[in-house]
Design a protein. Sequence first.
Length: 146
Amino acid sequence: MRLLDGPSEVACHVRSWGFRQTIEEPAHREALVRERQRARDLKGRDRLRVHIPDIDRLFGSWLERGHVMAAQVARTGKLFDLYGASVMADAVAEILARGLDDPSALAVACDRRRRALQKPMPLTIPLPDHVDDREVIPHALEQYDE
């Protein structure tokens, strides 16, 4: 099987006559995974930049210290999802004002802000990969009384 872009051959694979099979070229998959990881990191940074004005100062500090940015952005994104924009923005401002840049200090500052606002402890509930739909549609519970 050949994939053409005009006269140029883009890809060439052996034809499979099997039914519902997934056949992949390992090198193609590896390149795609690398590209998606890089894109996810940039997307995460942009999402944080929209809501947290001082986040670039924190990113710069992490870069200077040699932190792995993808890991730090992912961790910060999880904190953002748990605590929300206002708590996170206040926590970033606090640790920068204190001259800190440790990612763990950010988590501690977020939790301190949460307690000061008397908000409940945020929880993440990990679902298995096979669960496609993560939305629960509420319905009347009276039917269970019967």
